[in-house]
Design a protein around this ligand. Structure first.
Ligand code: PLP
Length: 436
């Protein structure tokens, strides 16, 4: 018989995982978990780790939050079925109404419930093509919109990695990289104008901060300019809020600070508090047709919806966007100060509790140091905290929105120590952990 996992060390779980896990893996160090609480995760073997990723933002309220447990227990005691395809229930309708209250938009709107960022982006892009009768999606180089479907096909990261094909109905334009180019915004907007010029673009899909592409924060005014140009060309604007929405950047929606009101908004990850839950919000004119063209049997299931309502309610009632702003400032300024004299740190940037540490080979030339980033996250794990890198060389810090000041100070100390001690990790140790 298999022993209970908590009684075994991480090595045992990792060995068994190596036998069963395949293309789903994106591993940076040998992490095998058996539990979690708040901002901490518990490793097989009993070590407690500070989670500075919040499971790639999926655990927005941290691990094992009481509002999540309570909602789950309540609905599990008498679940109104498990699907909204042919029946509705109060958790699904309630969630849709509550999402409409926090995502701006005018006119008659609909909420399509999904299970993942990928499926709601797929639904959004397909609906946009159908509603406009236009074939082309414009998206950004370095963007990430999904692991399958139309979002996968429009993800710059998948296309540049060769995982998704180059297609005639997907046009990529550069995302502005202000840290690396002086005329970043002008170059990007001029490419966008060219991409829109033929008049065949259904939708422009954009992230307000490009996370997986390297935690790239565009210059102020970029989103508003993208919105203006998309509208002028008769294209819809899709804001992909899957990673950056629901308070992560210090406001409820990451686009609020530019006063942009998108046509379509997709939300996921943190919404489900660890359960699969996602949503697409948009005009009735786009999301009413074609009937039954985006069916997923368990999308809108009462368990996910009840937990999502509890998560959203807690974010609103506890003003977690406000907390994210204050906590994020503390994390960013603390790290900037602690790392000021490290020549390998090019920039500490971000907004709210979405913080990136850009590692460079040289502060003048600003070339990214991917080999160093691999060592830093590995050393960080050895020291007792979890974070991953994005864009090859940027350490991404997205702790739970509930992280305390004491935990933030601990994070600053651990991350700066990992940067200073990364040289202790040798090539042989990290060789099996390929990351991205
Ligand atoms: C911006 C963005 N959109 C969409 C997705 C896809 O979400 P999921 O992995 O839940 O399908 C991700 C996941 O990383 C994301 O970061």
């Amino acid at each position: 018989m298999t022993p209970p996992v908590s009684a075994t060390g991480p090595e045992d779980l990792i060995t068994r995982d190596n036998v069963v896990a395949g293309i789903q893996k994106l591993r940076f160090f040998p992490l095998a978990l058996v539990g979690g609480n708040g901002s901490h995760l518990i490793e097989a073997g009993g070590r407690t780790l500070l989670d500075l990723s919040a499971s790639w933002t999926a655990s927005a309220l941290g691990h094992g939050h009481p509002v999540v447990a309570k909602a789950l227990a309540r609905v599990a005691a008498s679940p109104p079925g498990a699907s909204i395809l042919s029946a509705t229930h109060s958790e699904a309708v309630g969630l849709a109404e509550e999402l409409l209250a926090v995502v701006p938009g005018g006119g008659e709107r609909r909420v399509h419930l999904g299970l993942s960022g990928s499926d709601v982006n797929d639904a959004a892009l397909r609906a946009a093509r159908h509603a406009t009768g236009r074939p082309v999606v414009v998206a950004f180089e370095g963007g990430y919109h999904g692991g399958f479907g139309a979002g996968f096909m429009a993800s710059g990261l998948h296309i540049s990695a060769g995982s998704a094909p180059v297609r005639a109905d997907v046009r990529l334009v550069p995302y502005p990289q202000p840290f690396r180019e002086s005329d970043a915004m002008a170059r990007s907007l001029s490419a966008l104008e060219n991409a829109l010029a033929p008049g065949d673009v259904a939708v422009v899909a954009v992230e307000a901060i490009q996370c997986d592409g390297g935690l790239v924060v565009p210059p102020d005014g970029f989103l508003a300019a993208v919105a203006q140009r998309s509208r002028a060309a008769g294209a819809l604007l899709l804001l992909d809020e899957v990673k950056v929405g629901l308070g992560r950047t210090g406001s409820m929606n990451s686009f609020d600070h530019e006063g942009v009101v998108p046509d379509l908004v997709t939300i996921g990850k943190g919404l489900g508090g660890g359960l699969p839950a996602a949503a697409l919000i948009g005009p009735a004119s786009v999301l009413d047709e074609r009937r039954a063209s985006a069916l997923l049997t368990t999308a809108g299931n009462p368990y996910s919806c009840a937990v999502a309502r509890a998560v959203l309610g807690h974010i609103v009632e506890s003003d977690l966007p406000g907390r994210s702003r204050i906590a994020g400032d503390r994390l960013r300024s603390g790290l900037s100060e602690a790392l000021a004299d490290e020549p390998c740190v090019g920039e500490v940037r971000g907004r709210g509790l979405l913080v990136g540490v850009d590692l460079v080979t040289d502060r003048d030339t600003r070339g990214g140091d991917a080999a160093f980033a691999r060592r830093v996250v590995y050393r960080l794990w050895q020291l007792g905290a979890i974070a991953y890198y994005v864009g090859g060389h940027v350490i991404e810090l997205t702790p739970p929105l509930t992280i305390s000041d004491t935990e933030i100070d601990e994070a600053i100390a651990l991350v700066s120590r990992a940067v200073r001690e990364a040289h202790l990790v040798d090539d042989e140790t990290i060789a099996p952990w390929a990351g991205w």
